[in-house]
Design a protein around this ligand. Structure first.
Ligand code: PMP
Length: 333
């Protein structure tokens, strides 16, 4: 076979040196370019890991429907992987997510069901709604339906352990002192953390937590308490998911939007990288870790998706002003 399969183009992303923050901190700060995955985000990996495991276990039959509740990127990954492997995808999504992600899902042919955003404990939360929908489609669909359940399905973090973690180890030649990122499901942080700790027990694993999430409070003091808010999407959580449970986290930092958003713009000007808000949170997290470890260390973080997925918010002066944030003077978007 001359050409690659689309699913084989997921992963093996470059590790890009972030020059300005490396120079400022005296550390090598490297970003894993997950926006270069074919579906445009880090979640292509979780999608592929969950679909391959479900096909292997028989939870997803040939021609079966994939169902998921997602803030967007996982749905895009699932729709892409699903189409490539002969599955239709139904996505249940809270209605407060960016229009660009909804458009992208629809462009992939996903059946998108928008529902009001409510707290997790409400039975109408998108995770519970998607589970009920999968149960009913499993009865009515000729080839059944599979609920991906990215928060609790351990194929998510296992795929990161096998791919993202191993890639980082190989790309740095084992010369890595720390890894830091934000958590949505926890698949990335737990998977990469486990892989790197297995290879080098004294590597530092850090959480970069946005406002509106309870995870910093959990890792800092043992209690889940939500604090503040953030315009970032796809990250933060109010509970310990199965994927995050047992993640080897050494340090945690609360990263405010008024540091992460200016950093997103710095990355455009200084590096030529147009990235989403979670990447800004992650790179500020890497700088916190650099300050903790001191100069001379190598720290890896994730560049999760493209800023073009958030054009109307992160790059919109009125939207930012409504959140007491501002566009930088030099930016003329
Ligand atoms: N960044 C973005 C943009 C995301 O969509 C997500 C996942 N929702 C994450 C980061 C976090 O990844 P994980 O689910 O592996 O914790």
């Amino acid at each position: 076979m001359a050409g690659a399969r689309l699913i084989d183009c997921i992963g093996n992303t470059p590790l890009i040196r972030l020059n300005r923050v490396s120079e400022q901190s005296g550390c090598e700060i490297l970003g894993k370019a997950e926006f270069m995955n074919p579906g445009g985000s880090v979640k292509d990996r979780a999608a592929l890991g969950m679909v391959l495991a479900a096909r292997e276990s028989g939870a997803l039959s040939d021609g079966g429907v994939i169902v998921e509740g997602t803030a967007g990127n996982t749905g895009i990954g699932l729709a892409m992987v699903g189409s490539a492997l002969g599955h239709r995808t139904v996505i249940v999504m809270p209605d407060n997510q960016s229009a660009e992600k909804i458009d992208t899902l629809r462009a992939h042919g996903a059946d998108v069901r928008l529902i009001p955003a409510v707290p997790y404990k409400n039975p109408e939360h998108f995770v519970h709604t998607s589970r009920r929908l999968a149960e009913s489609l499993n009865e009515s669909e000729p080839n059944g339906a599979f609920w991906a359940n990215q928060f609790e399905n351990l194929s998510n973090r296992e795929f990161h352990e096998r791919t993202t973690g191993r890639e980082i180890w190989e790309q740095t030649g084992g010369d890595v002192d720390g890894f830091v990122c934000a958590v949505g499901t926890g698949g990335t942080l737990a998977g990469v953390g486990r892989a790197l700790k297995a290879a080098k027990p004294d590597v530092m694993i850090g959480l970069a937590d946005p406002g509106g999430s309870a995870l910093h409070s959990y890792f800092a003091s043992g209690t889940l308490e939500i604090d503040g808010s953030s315009i970032s999407e796809g990250i933060g959580n109010s509970r310990i998911t199965a994927n995050l449970d047992g993640a080897p986290v050494d340090e945690s930092w609360r990263i405010p939007d008024d540091e992460a958003v200016p950093l997103v713009y710095d990355l455009i000007r200084d590096e030529g990288l147009v990235l989403g808000g979670s990447s800004g949170i992650n790179v500020v997290g890497a700088m916190r870790m650099a300050a903790t470890l001191g100069p001379g260390h190598t720290i890896v973080t994730m560049l999760c998706d493209s800023g073009l997925r958030y054009r109307a918010r992160l790059f919109n002066a009125d939207y930012l002003a409504s959140k007491n944030l501002a566009l930088p003077d030099w930016w003329d978007g």
